[in-house]
Design a protein around this ligand. Sequence first.
Ligand SMILES: Cc1cc2nc3c(=O)[nH]c(=O)nc-3n(C[C@H](O)[C@H](O)[C@H](O)COP(=O)(O)OP(=O)(O)OC[C@H]3O[C@@H](n4cnc5c(N)ncnc54)[C@H](O)[C@@H]3O)c2cc1C
Length: 396
Amino acid sequence: MTVWIETELCNGCKRCIKACPYGAVELKDGKAHILEHCTSCGACVEVCKEKAILTDVEPRAIPDFKDRKGVWVFAEQRNGTLNRVSHELLGKAQALAADLGQEVSAVLLGHQVSGLAKILFDYGADNVYLAQHRALKDYRTIAYTKVFEGLIMEFRPNILLMGATHTGRDLGPRVSRRVGVGLTADCTELAIDPEEGILLQTRPAFGGNVMATIANRYSRPQMATVRPGVMEALKKKGNKGNVIKYKVSLTEKEIGTKVLEQFKEKKKEVSLSSARVIVAAGRGVGTEEGMKSLFSLAKAFGGEVAGTRIIVEEGWLPVERQVGQTGQTVRPEIYIACGISGAIQHRAGMMGSRYIIAINKDAGAPIFQVADWGIVGDLHQVVPELTKAISQSKRK
Ligand SMILES: Cc1cc2nc3c(=O)[nH]c(=O)nc-3n(C[C@H](O)[C@H](O)[C@H](O)COP(=O)(O)OP(=O)(O)OC[C@H]3O[C@@H](n4cnc5c(N)ncnc54)[C@H](O)[C@@H]3O)c2cc1C
């Protein structure tokens, strides 16, 4: 497999040099020159307008996926209660399916969970694939993977979405490996490419410094996980659908694991996901003492206090109150960012907020680019004033 240059056609435009991900093209006497460590990936061939780069590598054929239909969502439930991320994914699935002219299906696994189908229809499922078995009562990796594999092989979906929960993060990679496809984890945006009709899966990459869009041309289903709180649940009024019962055959021997006991870690419940107002602290608060005025403001609003990773690293807030790429994703009515610069990793968790108010003493702070209202000033003066004003307006 080789790549070579027809030097008389090359005009030295350097497009191939920029396109080569391996730095394996250089300019020599005004003409492109392929270096020894070229991998024959073909990136340079595609960008050469002069057709001066030739290769004997056959382009990879895109398989025919006409029989792959439907946007599937894993309807994650525990003890008969659906995880809210399933509702959110059904909301996104409705939009994706509409763009493709295909149907939305929820995949519900468990024991005596058929009653949940109605809720899944309410949130936009056209079909519910229902797999019920005593062995599916509690989530167990091998049992759920086997059932998913069978469903995918038989019903051949186009797209499969799962929540990036503890369960989804365990199940997704297993299923993708079983059916021989890729998986894009922790997507923050999903869309259909209007030309190719494939799923564009956007997620932070390189430590969150860039947003990468990943697409899969060569295998199906296209699989992605999405963290809770990222997508919006959309109720579909009066929606009715079909329940497709899937016969499961499982033995305890093949599953190999048993759930002996379930216990919940005892910790103070933090309801960032349901808070209507969040007052968020950034490094600008300066000290732990500086956090106090933010708690007063949150109290005046009846809201919650959250923070950036810096605040958690300082130990001024527990980790479950961190907002961002490696923390919580929130969508309150009002998000008040106090002394927060607005790094991309923080924005990843709060951009779904209805209104963003930023308080920062640096008028050039990036947070102002995404804020609906901005107050340039010292938070130690602004926050107490704001608290006073809110408390007074309540008394009136
Ligand atoms: C892989 C990875 C994952 C990450 N995940 C997350 C994540 O989940 N969440 C997260 O938040 N970060 C995350 N980060 C860190 C992120 O890159 C930023 O470092 C962090 O968000 C910055 O926090 P900050 O805004 O509190 O601090 P800074 O960036 O230091 O900003 C402080 C701001 O306060 C302002 N200020 C200072 N004093 C005052 C004052 N008296 N009044 C008003 N304003 C004042 C300053 O002008 C400045 O804009 C991650 C980073 C990486 C590499």
